[in-house]
Design a protein. Structure first.
Length: 266
């Protein structure tokens, strides 16, 4: 059995190691390993008060530990973790609730605070077949009373473990806000995109209703709205939301802003 050993003290950083077995008569190609050693975060093993750093992270112990170790103290339940709070997953059939407490507890076990999204709608509430997530989940709900019930149920059920809430994700993008119209399936098979003012009006109504309900179920917890960005599209979106009364009571208590590379600050 061939053996080799190398010792090097690394306080922090990303050392690079390249090795292969038996260089005289190679039994294997070179293999490269990168290992990053980080200083222990100040709030390791406990919640970080007032931290501005968060991430989308799978609710898997290994990935959660890496997220916390790299200074991320919030988990936003969009993309990864979307199935915990989004309406599409929580109430796939009207009146039949699906809770994923175990996934949420895994996030909190690593002392990451949670930003829960009140987003998406199931097919039975938006008029679509409800068979494909990206085709049918981000459609404007027709049944607002049913959405109120969803908001009340999810904020009550998860209120103990979720530190803040956010209404929808990026409604200024066509991919994340459309309306199902059976008469226009040929030209718009994934739903139609209404004019910006119409979309903003619908979003403001969802936000106000969600803020009002969350104030009852989770008093004192922040609720984020607007969900804007910094380019021209984002600026026009903010103007439209404001013109529809987005900051009138009951207004969200926080402003969600997504800054992307290449987007100028508004």
């Amino acid at each position: 059995m061939r053996k080799f050993a190398s010792t090097r003290t690394v306080r922090s950083g990303t050392p690079r190691s390249i090795a292969r077995i038996s260089p005289q008569q190679p039994d294997s190609p070179f293999a490269e390993i990168l290992i990053t050693r980080l200083p222990r975060p100040k709030y390791w093993g406990k919640d970080a008060p007032d931290s501005p750093f968060g991430i989308h992270v799978n609710p898997v112990r290994r990935e959660l530990i890496m997220a916390k170790a790299t200074g991320h103290n919030w988990a936003r339940l969009h993309d990864t973790g979307n199935n915990i709070t989004s309406w599409w997953y929580v109430e796939p059939e009207q009146g039949k609730w699906t809770w994923r407490d175990t996934l949420l507890k895994k996030i909190r076990a690593q002392n990451m605070l949670v930003l829960g999204l009140l987003s998406t709608s199931p097919g039975w509430a938006n008029g679509s077949p409800g068979t494909a997530f990206w085709d049918h989940a981000y459609l404007q709900p027709h049944n607002l009373d049913a959405r109120d019930t969803y908001v009340r149920q999810v904020t009550t059920h998860y209120g103990e473990d979720i530190a803040a809430w956010e209404v929808w994700n990026e409604p200024w993008l066509t991919n994340f806000w459309r309306r199902w119209d059976p008469a226009k399936l040929k030209e718009s098979p994934r739903g139609v995109r209404d004019p910006l003012e119409v979309v903003a009006k619908g979003y403001v109504e969802l936000t106000h209703r969600a803020v009002r309900i969350t104030a009852e179920t989770n008093p004192g917890k922040p609720v984020f709205g607007f969900n804007a960005t910094g380019d021209h599209e984002g600026l026009e979106w903010v103007k439209a939301v404001l013109s529809c009364g987005g900051m009138e009571a009951p207004a969200p208590t926080g402003f969600s802003y997504h800054s992307y590379a290449g987007c100028p600050a508004a």
